[in-house]
Design a protein around this ligand. Structure first.
Ligand code: THU
Length: 161
């Protein structure tokens, strides 16, 4: 038996003020999207903004449903829209912000596992890492240089054929 160790690396910015200006702008887009989230059941609002290599910015937020599992996370709302509208564009970076309405958090909130799986599909398809920036309501922002870095032991198409 041997031990296999996998490491993930994050960079942490102390606040919005420390972000490079293009990332700051992307995060502000995510905040605007977060404020438009439809989350009447969880009251947990999430916004995502994607920068494409054609310069387009695509945003999305969580969309909930009375039939709970029919709702969709912000990250997937945004990345599926990008994939449907710009099938040949590459996603360069993604900013995410999330907070509970009743108890705002200032610690970075990472995308859920299902969203990481959806996001990594596009990273592998485009053969270019997607930089992920994630934040709570405000406060520190964590950066991952790729989705793969957030999703060790990825399930990808190589196992299907
Ligand atoms: N949610 C997201 O939008 N993204 C995530 O990565 C985690 C969770 C949403 C789904 C649901 O509307 C609410 O947050 C509470 O789970």
């Amino acid at each position: 038996m041997k031990e296999v160790k996998i490491e993930s690396k994050l960079f942490v910015f102390e606040s919005l003020a420390e972000l490079p200006s293009d990332v700051y702008d992307l995060m502000i887009n995510a905040v605007t999207a977060r404020n438009r989230a439809y989350a009447p059941y969880s009251n947990f609002q999430v916004g995502a903004a994607l920068l494409l290599d054609n310069g387009e910015v695509i945003t999305g937020n969580n969309q909930e449903n009375a039939s709970y599992p029919s709702g969709l996370c912000a990250e997937r709302t945004a990345i599926y829209y990008a994939g449907s509208q710009y099938p040949n564009a590459k996603v360069v970076s993604m900013a995410i912000t999330a907070t509970a309405k009743t108890s705002p958090t200032n610690k970075p909130i990472p995308p859920c596992g299902a969203c990481r799986q959806a996001m990594v599909e596009y990273e592998l398809k485009q053969d270019l890492p997607i930089a992920i920036y994630f934040m709570g309501e405000m406060g520190a922002i964590a950066k991952s240089e790729s989705v793969s870095n957030l999703l060790p032991f990825v399930f990808d198409k190589s196992v299907l054929f």
